[in-house]
Design a protein around this ligand. Sequence first.
Ligand code: NI
Length: 196
Amino acid sequence: MAVLPIRVAGDPVLRQKAKKVRKIDASIQKLIDDMIETMRAAPGVGLAASQVGVPLRIIVMEIPEFDDREQPKRDLYVLINPQIVKRSGERRLDEGCLSIPGYKAEVTRSVSVTVKGLNREGKEIRIKAEDNLLAEAIEHEVDHTKGTLYIDHLDSMDELVDLAEEEADTGSDSPVAETASAPADELKAPASGSRT
Ligand code: NI
């Protein structure tokens, strides 16, 4: 496995419509392993293949959670050719993206999201998420497969919040859904919280 460089906004691959995966072969398995390692190293809660320069419809997500004994656990999701089949409700959420390091903004996302796709064994799976970070990550990552970034959902780029400035102003570190992973020396006050 290898940690791959994450493409940042301005890279045309992020704007490409990702292609459907036709055959889940060894190269796809290796790509998935590398994506998982890259997501964990960032760290982030989700990653799409386009973000590592491969315009294929593959997303990985891993949301930190606590089990019933308050022990941290992580549920890893790998989805090939993901397609949102149902969504309902609206909520406003802070969101960031590993490909837009150093920023976040508030976007409108669904409350409930159902996505279907193939797992890495090629079996069709469905995931339903409601009112949680996973629901937000699903919509964010599926957007990536279409060449859409969260900033496309904003009315104006003025809505973008510079995390370093916010940290300097308030000393707070608000949770963000796929915050950016700018290297610490570039971004003096890296946000904690989730990143996709
Ligand atoms: Ni993203």
